[in-house]
Structures are given as C-alpha cells and as structure tokens.
Design a protein around this ligand. Structure first.
Ligand SMILES: C[S@@+](CC[C@H](N)C(=O)[O-])C[C@H]1O[C@@H](n2cnc3c(N)ncnc32)[C@H](O)[C@@H]1O
Length: 151
C-alpha cells in the first residue's frame, strides 16, 4: 500500500530480532527475503530492545501501528512492554490512525479465539481506562485481535 500510494515512505519494523524459532535460523534474513520475494521495498528495521529503541527511534507520527510482541507466556512482562509502547506511541498516532493489538482477547466479545496472551488485554484495560478510545474486537478465527481508532 505504501509503495503504491506513498512511494518513498517505508514501513518501520521494531524488534530485537533475537527470538529463536524452530525452523528459522535467522529471522531478520527471512523477513527481508519475504519482502524481496513479494516485490516490496526494503522496510526500515529498528533493531533492539523496545526499552532502548522506544521512544528515541520513533517517528513523529503514525497512521497505522501493529503491536505484536508476545514473549512466550510471561503475561506480566508482556503487559509491561505494551504499556511502555502505548505510553510513547499513542501520543504519536494521527487522528483517524489505527492501532492493532495481536492476541487481544475479550471473554465476552471475542468470537472463537483463545486467550493465549492475557497481558495484551490487561495492558489495554489499564491504558485506555481514561482515554476516549475503547478497544474494538476483531474476528480472527482461532486467533484474537483488537484495535482502536484514534480520535
Ligand atoms: C510473536 S513474535 C511476532 C513477530 C512479528 N510481529 C511477526 O508477526 O512475525 C513477538 C516478537 O516480539 C519481539 N519482542 C518481544 N519483546 C521485545 C522487546 N522487549 N524488545 C524488542 N522486541 C521484542 C520478539 O523478538 C518477537 O520477534
């Protein structure tokens, strides 16, 4: 979408790139390869721990943000990371921006998905309790997602 409608602007990807997955030796290489194979421009990789890269390496404004930072079962740490990201990214969302939360699961509203990362909703409940925006659940089949629309 950026290549077509906003050529010159790059998608920014923040990650430590240190996670190990069974079938992938080098996730950064594999990620870049995926972009190349799909004929897309190279994304901006902002490599490092979020507590070091955020807020220093943030852009001034975002129209779309996807938060997907599951840390393998430690929901308290996951919640802490998301609160850190929200504290710094939310003020940089432009009006009408969308912020998407991977694994946001609401027992009462989510259809079919599973509460696999409960730190996501815990962080959102904490952060959005005094904000105008409320998280809206998305249908994700066996996954769960939520998003906000910045007012
Ligand atoms: C479930 S993976 C998702 C990765 C990517 N969004 C995707 O869809 O392939 C979660 C990612 O969060 C990253 N992560 C978790 N905690 C982090 C932290 N404190 N700083 C930087 N990256 C972190 C991990 O390195 C991992 O790649």
């Amino acid at each position: 979408m950026l290549d077509k409608y906003r050529p010159g602007e790059k998608i920014k990807l923040y990650d430590s790139f240190t996670a190990k997955y069974e079938l992938q030796q080098d996730i950064k290489e594999s990620l870049l390869q995926n972009f190349k194979q799909n004929g897309l421009g190279t994304p901006d990789l902002i490599e490092g721990d979020f507590f070091e890269t955020v807020p220093d390496k943030l852009a001034s404004q975002y129209a779309f943000v996807h938060i997907d930072c599951g840390v393998g079962g430690n929901s308290i740490l996951h919640q802490k990371i998301i609160i850190h990201l929200l504290n710094h990214v939310y003020p940089r969302l432009s009006k009408g921006a969308i912020m998407l939360f991977m694994d946001y699961h609401d027992h009462e509203k989510t259809l079919r998905g599973q509460p696999i990362n409960i730190g996501v909703k815990a962080a959102c409940d904490q952060f959005f309790k005094d904000k105008a925006e409320k998280v809206i659940t998305l249908y994700g089949n066996h996954y769960s997602h939520g998003y906000i629309l910045k007012t």
